[in-house]
Design a protein around this ligand. Structure first.
Ligand SMILES: Nc1ccn([C@@H]2O[C@H](COP(=O)(O)O)[C@@H](O)[C@H]2O)c(=O)n1
Ligand SMILES: O=P(O)(O)OC[C@H](O)CO
Length: 324
């Protein structure tokens, strides 16, 4: 039998809670294809990956919730099938025995306008915005950002946010095809139509949430479809104003991890302030029988992503902790 000390240390190793993760399912009932740069995309198989993820999460039994990092359906989905495709994927997520928090991605917005999409995904945003926060236990807060707040996709064509985004792209990207990074150099290559920005009001909201979390001594996990750190992403996939968002985040010490999707190959980095960034490997890019999903064990001093198959496991210890 173990001593009291041994059982105390075994207890310390139990996570405070755990949650499931998946990104870029991009389901469509169409034959396999490829990305612009030739990476295979398995549009029909991706929903099988999601089904296996939900089985795995339910089997785990202790996951408090699931986060979908965005892009549940693909832009190539025939538009007369968009609504049914979104409902079909949401229905698979709903088989998880707990809450599911969805983020929007560019491919969701190619299929349905925000007004229609947000209620289907049960996103609790205000005025068709898709940012919100929740606190699963008093010690932790999750902040979901809307990376397509300022965007040329998803809002009505004459909406001020569409016009702001088109003006911005006109200024930053000289190509007539605004999804082309041709001629753009380094981090400028993010100024593409399939990306977007966090608007001024959302930045102020984020500042207020992080202030409150700091006052409450909460640790914060940020979730955004678009990556926020050049170290974890190709330049072409970054949020337009990732630097402004990170300036707000860096003004506080509460944020421990930023989770993202969009850049399908996945990646991880630790920024200059010791914040972990993890971009998730896409479910869409799993060939037959392969998987990409996982769950995160949450501790006082670290977050541990336990990945399945193509989703790599990542141990993310907080700054100033020994042995990290
Ligand atoms: N280097 C690139 C990448 C993309 N495009 C354009 O974006 C569209 C979407 O790209 P996917 O990665 O989803 O295939 C693509 O159809 C191109 O129009 C580009 O021009 N240059
Ligand atoms: O999922 P997509 O088609 O928007 O692709 C995004 C690219 O991976 C960004 O580099």
């Amino acid at each position: 039998m173990g001593s009291t000390n041994e059982s105390a240390s075994a207890q310390e190793k139990q996570p405070l809670f755990s949650f499931g993760i998946i990104s870029d399912v991009q389901y469509a009932d169409i034959p396999d294809g490829r990305s612009f740069i030739g990476v295979p995309r398995y549009y029909r198989h991706s929903i099988l990956v999601l089904q296996r993820a939900v089985q795995n999460w339910n089997h785990h039994k202790k996951l408090k919730f699931v986060i979908n990092l965005g892009d549940i359906v693909d832009g190539f989905c025939p538009k007369d099938q968009s609504l049914n495709a979104v409902k079909k994927v949401v229905n698979e997520f709903d088989k998880f025995n707990g809450p599911v928090y969805h983020l929007i991605g560019n491919h969701c917005l190619y299929n349905l306008p925000r007004k229609q999409l947000l209620p289907l995904l049960k996103i609790p945003g205000v005025d068709d915005h898709a940012y919100f926060d929740f606190s699963p236990i008093p010690e932790y807060r999750f902040v979901v950002l809307d990376g397509y707040d300022v965007s040329a996709i998803g809002w009505p064509q004459d909406h001020p946010k569409t016009l702001e985004a088109l003006n911005f792209l006109h200024e930053k990207n000289p190509n007539s095809e605004k999804n082309s990074p041709s001629g753009l150099v380094g981090l400028e290559r993010r100024f593409l139509m399939f990306n977007g920005a966090v608007g001024k009001e959302q930045l102020e909201w984020l500042d207020g949430v992080l202030q409150e979390a700091s006052n409450l001594k909460q640790k914060v996990v940020i979730c955004c479809h678009l990556p926020l750190d050049p170290g974890t992403s190709s330049p072409e996939a970054l949020l337009w104003n990732y630097d402004q968002v990170m300036d707000v985040i860096h003004a506080y010490n509460c944020v421990k991890l930023c989770l993202a999707g969009h850049d399908h190959k996945g990646g991880c980095s630790i920024d200059s302030h010791g914040i972990h960034h993890r971009t998730l490997e896409a479910a869409l890019e799993c060939p037959s029988g392969r998987d990409a999903f996982g769950y995160v064990d949450v501790y006082d001093d670290r977050l541990s992503l336990v990945g399945t198959d193509r989703m790599h496991s990542t141990d993310m210890c907080f700054k100033l902790q020994a042995n990290c």
